[in-house]
Design a protein around this ligand. Structure first.
Ligand SMILES: N[C@@H](CCC(=O)N[C@@H](CS)C(=O)NCC(=O)O)C(=O)O
Length: 230
């Protein structure tokens, strides 16, 4: 089978999802690091939305991290990272969609929006999302450590990168995980110990420095512009 060619940026949490999935699958891949502040001219020919991650695999080119992960789960079936039961598969997609349309935009708005009153509103909303996730995981995990119990799934890999970047929220906005979120804390702890996570983990200082321009509102990349919109 063809080797996966991944175009990635080490600070990018969306690309982080893809790298974790490839590691969990034990798939062969090459990684081309893209400097988002100085993208090579050829990058627009590879990435239709001018973003990382994107993969080339044989004749296929796939972008959008959630879609890439489902593609990888299909072409590298072992170990499976989606539940087999259709009801649970639907639930997995619901939570991945929640990550993309609710939790993650809120994470960025807390940093990018400088108006104090608005920022506080986003912080409140972010905490509500965490409590909603806590209720979700307490129902699906049946007391295992991962979203669907003892088996890792794409849902875990979809959420994890933003938790590795929690030091940014803590450093710039003083946020910590609400005490009520005991299942989420246990999940985060279990995720942090996985080999795939440990292989590519970055220290808190790295993220604090990299996200400084988000926290002071000066970030001007495509993603920052999109996430700033209210
Ligand atoms: N929805 C996309 C988001 C990808 C994304 O926003 N990537 C960022 C880096 S974290 C990017 O490449 N941005 C280009 C830019 O800011 O110029 C996905 O899930 O893959």
């Amino acid at each position: 089978m063809a080797t996966v060619e991944l175009y990635s940026t080490s600070v990018c949490p969306f690309a982080h999802r893809t790298r974790l999935t490839l590691l969990e699958k034990g798939a062969d891949f090459t990684l081309t690091e893209i400097d988002l502040n100085n993208k090579p001219d050829w990058f627009t020919n590879i990435s239709p939305n001018n973003k990382v991650p994107v993969i080339k695999h044989g004749d296929n080119r796939v972008w959008e991290s959630t879609i890439i992960n489902e593609y990888l789960d299909e072409v590298f079936p072992e170990p499976p990272l989606m539940p087999r039961d259709p009801g649970k598969r639907a639930l997995a997609r619901i939570w991945m969609d929640f990550a993309n349309i609710k939790l993650i935009p809120t994470f960025y708005k807390i940093l990018l929006i400088q108006d104090q009153e608005k920022q506080q509103r986003w912080i409140k909303e972010f905490k509500e999302h965490l409590l909603f996730m806590e209720r979700g995981i307490s129902q699906t995990s049946s007391n295992g450590s991962y979203w669907f119990g003892n088996e890792l799934s794409l849902v875990d890999l979809t959420f994890y990168p933003w938790f590795e970047r929690w030091s940014v929220l803590e450093h710039y906005r003083g946020l910590s995980i609400p005490d009520e979120c005991q299942h989420l804390k246990r999940w985060w702890d279990a995720m942090s110990k996985r080999d795939s996570v440990q292989t590519i983990i970055n220290p808190s200082d790295f993220y604090i420095k990299e996200y400084e321009n988000y926290a002071n509102g000066t970030a001007s990349g495509i993603t920052a512009k999109e996430m700033r919109e209210e």
